[in-house]
Design a protein around this ligand. Structure first.
Ligand SMILES: Nc1ncnc2c1ncn2[C@@H]1O[C@H](COP(=O)(O)OP(=O)(O)O)[C@@H](O)[C@H]1O
Ligand SMILES: [Mg+2]
Length: 259
């Protein structure tokens, strides 16, 4: 590397522009070959640095999000699940719901793609440089209860309140006792009209009383706030997991027995 390149690299490092030292040589060489203008050259350098900065921030946001896996809307087979209004999902993917502080509730039996869609919207959120945080309800309640017992509830609460979008997965698989319901209610209240929630549940709204150990008062207080500004996607269909197993022949004998 010549002295000028070394100086440029050093300036770039001081300014936190970490991509420039890596690409400068090749861009400068190509610019000389193609005889491009100074402004075109500057544009190419800044374009590469800005792409790298976006990638770094995306990596940090995805690490913070704690998504269980990476899934995208492109990877979702809408033809397998005709009960889903694809247009509605694509409208949600514009992320207007975030700016309006709206919630998304995905309901349906196991395996129909609730977590997949929630995660895909979470990835879109991170791509738009907003903070998203994923948790299952059981993990959130376990951590909040622990924090409460250790006298640091406020601190833990901030994790669930500070993200622009909070994904709460798997509501309804396990009943919540009154302490757990009170903690859940607190999270809902703190986010109400401030930050969006994406929630998944295997239980229809009519069955939510059961989740809260028959306490229909807290169930309706929670639903009231959640549903005030919200979109519900009610998925009625077959499990994608079973489709894959069926394809592999694992469930063939079961199907035959059923017929
Ligand atoms: N329509 C679909 N197209 C592509 N993959 C799907 C679809 N529905 C579900 N899957 C996949 O099937 C598996 C189970 O889906 P998941 O979202 O975990 O279901 P749920 O949360 O409703 O139980 C995941 O690997 C998911 O990516
Ligand atoms: Mg799921």
């Amino acid at each position: 590397m010549n002295l000028q390149m070394e100086r440029i690299s050093s300036y770039a490092k001081t300014l936190g522009l970490s991509r420039i030292p890596e690409i400068l040589d090749s861009i400068a060489e190509k610019a000389a070959d193609d005889d491009i203008s100074y402004t075109d050259f500057l544009e190419k350098v800044l374009e590469a640095e800005s792409a790298a900065a976006k990638e770094r921030s995306m990596t940090a946001l995805l690490r913070f999000a704690r998504l269980p896996f990476i899934k995208t809307l492109e990877g979702f087979d809408f033809s397998f699940q005709p009960s889903i209004d694809k247009k509605k999902v694509l409208e949600l993917a514009t992320l207007r719901f975030i700016h309006q502080g709206e919630n998304i509730i995905l309901l349906g039996p196991p395996g129909v793609g609730k977590t997949h869609l929630a995660v895909a919207l979470g990835v879109q959120t991170a791509e738009a440089c907003h903070r998203v945080y994923f948790t299952t309800i059981s993990d959130m309640i376990m951590r909040l209860t622990k924090a409460f017992n250790e006298n640091r509830l406020q601190e833990r609460m901030r994790v669930y309140i500070s993200a622009k979008v909070l994904i709460i997965d798997e509501i309804g698989y396990q009943p919540l006792n009154s302490e757990a319901a009170a903690l859940f209610f607190k999270v809902i209240c703190k986010r109400y009209e401030k930050g969006s929630i994406i929630l998944t549940s295997n239980k229809g709204y009519g069955e939510w009383g059961e989740i809260f150990s028959g306490d229909s008062v807290i169930a309706s207080a929670i639903l009231d706030r959640l549903l005030h500004h919200s979109t519900t996607i009610n998925i009625k269909g077959d499990s994608y997991r079973l489709k894959e197993k069926r394809k592999a022949g694992i469930l063939k004998s079961l199907d035959e027995r059923r017929c």
